[in-house]
Design a protein around this ligand. Structure first.
Ligand SMILES: [Zn+2]
Length: 369
């Protein structure tokens, strides 16, 4: 079954030395402890087990053998192999983080031999507006206009408020006066300011919500697991319930990304709010041999019409492939078990796989035009 990877990032186009490669297989910022390696992890095992054969190595080849072979083939060939082997029907590429160092959606689509669509990150647009220079009074309109332009042709918007203080913020729409005051404080900072002001983050979400409603595109919200820029307990999607309610009243589709270890909370929100969707994203590759259990937990409660597949792959094409492998294998194991126990028919299982793997993503991103 071809998959729609509804949330991923570009890959690094060039060759990577061991240190850089290992830097990308952890969500942490630091090298492994003395004497160890980031391959000593569930995701390290998954790379050795599932990615090595794509490079014509035996399963569980050593990290040294793996990286030597990857270098021999070259990054471009390795990237192409993994993206082709992922078996994608379409991919949605978020371009908001270190875009200059990663391949653009069009190049990703060429590697994957599948259409690639863009998702625009709200905070990156706000930071670009600040860099270009704008008066505080003009900021609200300048941001709305810049977002409109940046998101031309995008199939979704994304917010990373998870990385900017978490979900404890006031969910209401700030007044123009509050936004201008906050913009005055923010824009007076030197250099290229990172958007971390709570009022401006809220303003970003609400401006994004207006655009999402007009264009009929979903708003993606990073939740749960990620790099140490976030504080894990503050990114439980349940903390955003009031915002979720308000976005529902506005008619905006919300997609919680990744969510681990709060995928059960996300599944609950998806079960009770008709406009809420979710995935387990990078948890599929980072949990390696346990990915099937994470996927099974996500499927305990969530309606089959509300869960999506994504790899959340970033920088390494291994992850675009590993996500697809873990998702297909996990889903097959779970559904086979359900069929074996006569909890569902083979036809039910096919339909569930179709919904999670591609049809839900088509419905919310690719069919409204
Ligand atoms: Zn991501």
């Amino acid at each position: 079954m071809p998959l729609v990877d509804h949330h991923c990032h570009g890959v690094v186009p060039g060759d990577l030395d061991r240190r850089s490669f290992e830097g990308f297989i952890t969500e942490g910022f630091e090298p492994a402890p003395e004497g160890g390696s980031h391959f000593d992890s569930p995701v390290g095992l998954a790379i050795r087990r599932w990615c090595a054969p794509v490079l014509e190595l035996p399963p569980l080849a050593s990290p040294d053998e793996y990286l030597t072979r990857r270098a021999e083939l070259g990054a471009e060939e390795a990237n192409r192999r993994f993206l082709r082997a992922a078996g994608l029907e379409a991919l949605l590429v978020e371009t908001g983080h270190l875009a200059a160092e990663l391949l653009e959606p069009a190049a990703m689509g060429a590697l994957a031999a599948a259409p690639a669509h863009r998702v625009t990150r709200l905070e990156t647009v706000a930071e670009a507006v600040a860099r270009q220079g704008v008066d505080a009074a003009a900021y609200p309109d300048a941001f709305a206009q810049a977002l409109d332009e940046a998101a031309a042709g995008a199939v979704g918007l994304k917010t990373v408020i998870a990385y900017r203080g978490g979900f404890g913020l006031d969910p209401t729409r700030p007044s123009t006066g509050e936004v201008v005051d906050a913009a005055g404080r923010w824009l007076s900072k030197r250099g290229a300011p990172r958007l971390d002001d709570p009022v401006l983050l809220r303003h970003g979400i609400w401006t994004g919500a207006d655009l999402a409603r007009r264009r009929r595109v979903p708003l993606q919200i990073h939740a749960g697991y990620g790099d140490p820029d976030l504080t894990l307990h503050l990114v439980n999607p349940s903390l955003l319930t009031d915002l979720v309610r308000a976005l529902g009243e506005l008619g905006v589709t919300v997609v919680f990304l990744h969510c681990y270890p709060y995928h059960r909370e996300a599944a609950y929100l998806a079960a009770v709010f008709p406009h809420v969707y979710f995935d387990v994203g990078l948890a599929l590759h980072h949990t390696g041999p346990s990915a099937v259990r994470v996927l099974a937990e996500a499927m305990e409660l969530a309606p089959f019409t509300k869960q999506l597949y994504s790899s959340d792959a970033y920088a390494l094409a291994e992850f675009h492939y590993l996500g697809a492998v873990a998702f297909r294998r996990g889903l097959a194991a779970i559904l086979d078990d359900w069929v074996r126990r006569a909890e569902c028919s083979a036809a039910d299982a096919d339909r569930i796989a179709e919904l999670l793997g591609r049809a839900n993503a088509h419905r919310i991103y690719l069919s409204s035009g």
